[in-house]
Design a protein around this ligand. Structure first.
Ligand SMILES: [Fe+2]
Length: 230
């Protein structure tokens, strides 16, 4: 007797597993397609079990970072943070916003984004909120925006590593203000001119950019919010 888990799926963006038991039936393994299907189901189920055990139902809230002096409220709602004509390497950032139980998605969470251009310069309201925007997660707590990879900029006697600022808000939860960094940046802490306060050595906020099946450069960043008062 074999349990068939139909529609088994591991969601990379949220780290959650989906599998609905559709039927229980006796399967006579007579064809190659049936064998492949069963292997696939076992594979997904194994990932789910590993994921559950590894997290033990607790994902620490994403670490805060310095807001800096360049935040502006009321940027336009858009998922294309960088306009098509913006110079630089195009990237996609996507992920999920979840509770710290690792699995409950927060739909319509507000995400505000601001960053520099490829040369390390910020822009303002009078410049059409260039490289700024806000967006919301969908019903599965998933978000995605396109932009360009920001540049480094100098403060004091050194450089800040390339980073994207985000602020994430949801009713009843602590507002998160943080920064996303990029792997292999030589200016991550301890070489970050921001000092230790920016915590740019936090491995959970350092993303790796990889090429997807459509040739786009993309990085995944999951966000965990803690409730107010905890
Ligand atoms: Fe910054």
């Amino acid at each position: 007797m074999i349990q068939l888990f139909e529609n088994a799926r591991y969601d990379k963006l949220t780290g959650r597993c989906f599998y609905d038991i559709k039927e229980i039936e006796i399967v006579y393994v007579s064809g190659e397609r049936t064998v492949i299907k069963i292997y696939f189901i076992i594979f997904i189920f194994s990932i789910c079990l590993y994921s559950f055990n590894a997290s033990a139902g607790f994902c620490p809230p994403t670490q805060n970072d310095v807001e800096g002096p360049y935040y502006l409220p009321d940027a336009p709602f858009r998922t294309e943070i960088a306009a098509p004509e913006e110079p630089g390497d195009r990237i996609i950032i996507k992920g999920g916003v979840l509770q710290i139980n690792c699995k409950t998605a927060l739909k319509e969470a507000l995400i505000e984004v601001w960053q520099t251009d490829a040369g390390g310069k910020y822009y303002y309201k009078v410049e059409g909120y260039r490289l700024r925007g806000q967006l919301k997660t969908d019903k599965n707590g998933v978000y995605e925006f396109s932009t360009i990879k920001p540049g480094r900029y100098k403060i004091g006697g050194g450089y800040r590593p390339a980073h994207i600022h985000i602020k994430v808000s949801y009713p009843g939860y602590k507002t998160l203000v943080t920064q996303i960094y990029f792997r292999d940046d030589p200016y991550l802490w301890p070489n970050d001119a921001c000092g230790g306060g920016c915590k740019s050595d936090d491995s959970k906020r350092i993303i790796f950019l990889e090429t997807d099946k459509d040739g786009r450069l993309e990085g995944t960043f999951r966000i965990y919010l803690g409730k107010d008062g905890l």
